[in-house]
Design a protein around this ligand. Structure first.
Ligand SMILES: C[S@@+](CC[C@H](N)C(=O)[O-])C[C@H]1O[C@@H](n2cnc3c(N)ncnc32)[C@H](O)[C@@H]1O
Length: 210
């Protein structure tokens, strides 16, 4: 194992998940819904806490692992979460309630993201997490940047997509979409961004004031 591999493994293994998040992860995996990695969740919760986020939106509720990690960084924040599968959201809601989050602060919207997102208020959210069908990641990030307030941050898990994004010879559609996104974001003067290698990659994009 290279030093980089050892570092990556240590950073990922060192994270301790709460009992509820661990159960939500287990259930999610049993259902074949891929949750964000523990270290990626930990980084997302740090960003939420550091920015004092009060309004968070995520695209791709799943069984609630990412939502639980986001709210771990700001238990009083309002979480809006979009997913096309009502069944996923019902199970996620149960985990949110078990973790003690107030029902009044949870807004779970069932629907296809590209139908729902145009109706959401722009410049309204402190943190946006994008984790639905990866093939549409570019469109979701465009919406995310519209919804984020100036100074708000868009988080994109899986940005290194199964190790395929860093290899330009890999022309898988999803890997190509992430590669294009990362390239465009890196060159944009409207944002500052960083690509972290936790989990299978976390692209972090903070929207600058116009
Ligand atoms: C990778 S899982 C999300 C995992 C979740 N963020 C977590 O870490 O626990 C992707 C989710 O996106 C949902 N999804 C897939 N296509 C969608 C679409 N077009 N609009 C909204 N949600 C979609 C799936 O139902 C699934 O729950």
């Amino acid at each position: 194992m290279s030093d980089n591999d050892i570092n990556w493994k240590f950073a990922n293994d060192v994270v301790v998940e709460s009992e509820v998040i661990a159960r939500a992860r287990q259930h999610s995996l049993e259902l074949g819904v891929t949750p964000i990695a523990p270290a990626l969740g930990a980084q997302a919760s740090v960003i939420v806490a550091a920015t004092g986020a009060a309004k968070i939106i995520e695209i791709g509720t799943g069984i609630g692992v990412s939502g639980l990690w986001l709210l771990r960084g700001a238990a009083e924040a309002e979480l809006t979460s979009i997913d096309s599968e009502v069944d996923h959201q019902q199970q996620a809601r149960q985990f949110f309630l078990e973790a003690g989050f107030a029902p009044a602060k949870l807004r779970l919207i069932a629907g296809r993201a590209l139908d729902v997102l145009p109706r959401m208020n722009e410049n309204a959210y402190d943190v946006v997490l994008v984790d639905a069908d990866a093939g549409n990641v570019i469109e979701y990030v465009e919406h995310g940047l519209r919804l984020a307030r100036p100074g708000g941050t868009v988080l994109v898990p899986h940005a290194l997509w199964q190790g395929k994004v860093g290899n330009p010879a890999n022309r898988d559609d999803v890997a190509t979409a992430f590669r294009t996104l990362i390239g465009e974001i890196s060159g944009s003067r409207a944002v500052v961004s960083a690509l972290s290698i936790v989990g299978d990659g976390l692209l972090q994009i903070t929207k600058l004031a116009a």
